[in-house]
Design a protein around this ligand. Structure first.
Ligand SMILES: [Zn+2]
Length: 408
């Protein structure tokens, strides 16, 4: 993208992309002099580049990778590992690898204990519908409860372990089983600007630690005294020595095939009975995503709103605007309906799960509010909105005057 004339972020000056509904402080987002965000510019450039010949060339690269892998595994039990949550993307990855390109995948799941019933059913059906072997690793529920709470208190993200578990456990297993290839799904950093499409970025320590794990490791969560190192060694990043010994590669299938989540979900439903959410979510309109964790679209996403002033409805609507599936006007209405919602039933379940009160939740959550977004007026939290005028969102629970001072 053209990086000239980018507007720097300044204090409490959140503005919104004039094409989608992204705020200027979304991760790695900058607006240019026309007020268009780099995610929209990248999508524009990508759609200009990505003609049929572009995808033919990329598909051919994947076919070469399949041949090379099969020559290495030579009749072993498995050619590759596919990390799966049982979601639409998991189905799409397994469908392509096994039923289109003839690889023998081992499906590996990090089971974080909070599946929705339809998400669990989707996961359980994979080895039947797709005919793949499947291993599931589920940490003890007590460890998961403690990890939820420790990460909420430390970084305001109770689901940190979900991102870490799915990015680390399948790779550790691949190394133990001498499987040379791990096939990941979506590439997200082309949108965020971490890599360009032609980089063909693969699994590596930098993307996992900086992007997926947000710079935290399991060691950051043992100082609250409820977890021991012996509880969490399975979350340790594999050593360079082990990665080299197996010659392991981790490729992202989004580098080789068009990533069309709405179309893929419909196709997976038709081919393999992939099930959508049975009930609508409170915080977004999509029913095909995040069925593997009931709190992902609930209290976990509410924390994103608390921190940064926007939520998953903004993400989903912005993606759909970029794909030409939604008008900006409809996207703004969607954000207005969903982004601020405090998910009552979901929050109550999570509070009971980890054993804290709503008052403690609110007080802790308030410490994570970004002062570039939020200010205090009359004992309430205020922020600017994508539709224009600012509005208040709930009572301030911050205890000390010095904490409140940051938001004056
Ligand atoms: Zn945009």
């Amino acid at each position: 993208m053209n990086t000239a004339n980018l507007t720097p972020k300044t204090s409490r000056s959140v503005t919104y992309c004039t094409r989608c509904v992204y705020p200027s402080l979304a991760v790695n987002t900058l607006l240019d002099d026309e007020g268009v965000c780099n995610a929209c510019r990248n999508a524009e450039e990508f759609s200009r580049l990505a003609d049929a010949a572009f995808w033919d060339e990329r598909r051919a690269r994947f076919e070469s990778l399949v041949e090379e892998t099969q020559s290495r595994t030579n009749g072993a039990n498995w050619d590759c590992i596919i990390p799966v949550s049982g979601g639409k993307d998991s189905y799409w990855q397994a469908h392509l690898c096994k039923n289109v390109y003839g690889l023998k995948p081992l499906l590996v799941t990090y089971h974080a204990n909070n599946f929705l019933p339809e998400g669990q059913a989707n996961l359980d059906r994979m080895r039947d519908e797709l005919g793949c072997d499947h291993m599931v690793f589920g940490p003890s529920v007590e460890t998961l409860r403690r990890l939820n709470l420790a990460a909420f208190r430390r970084m305001g993200d109770m689901n940190w372990h979900c991102h870490a578990g799915i990015k680390i456990v399948p790779v550790r297993l691949a190394l133990q089983l001498n499987v040379p290839l791990v096939v990941w799904g979506e590439i997200t950093w082309t949108v965020a600007g971490m890599f360009a499409p032609d980089d063909f970025a693969e699994y590596n320590k930098r993307t996992v630690l900086e992007h997926d794990l947000r710079g935290f490791t399991w060691e950051d969560f043992i100082d609250d005294g409820t977890l021991e190192p012996g509880d969490l060694h399975w979350l340790g990043f594999p050593s360079d020595h082990d990665l080299e010994r197996v010659g392991l590669r981790g490729v992202y299938i989004g580098n080789f095939f068009p990533w069309e989540p709405n179309e893929h979900a419909k196709l997976m439903h038709r081919l393999y009975n992939f099930e959508f959410a049975r009930r609508p979510f409170e915080r977004t309109y999509r029913t095909m995503s995040n069925l593997d964790d009931m709190h992902e679209n609930g209290v976990h996403d509410y924390m994103k709103f608390i921190k940064f002033g926007y939520g998953r409805a903004s993400d989903h609507a912005s993606k759909d605007v970029r794909d030409g599936l939604m008008s900006r006007e409809d996207a703004v209405a969607t954000v207005r309906k969903h982004d601020h919602v405090k998910p009552r039933a979901d929050l109550e379940r999570w509070l009971a799960y980890v054993g804290i009160s709503e008052d403690e939740f609110d007080r802790t959550a308030d410490t994570f509010r970004d002062p570039r977004v939020w200010w205090i007026d009359g004992g309430r939290w205020w922020k600017r909105n994508v539709w224009g005028e600012p509005s208040p969102y709930g009572n301030v629970k911050l205890a000390s005057a010095s904490e409140r001072e940051r938001y004056s």
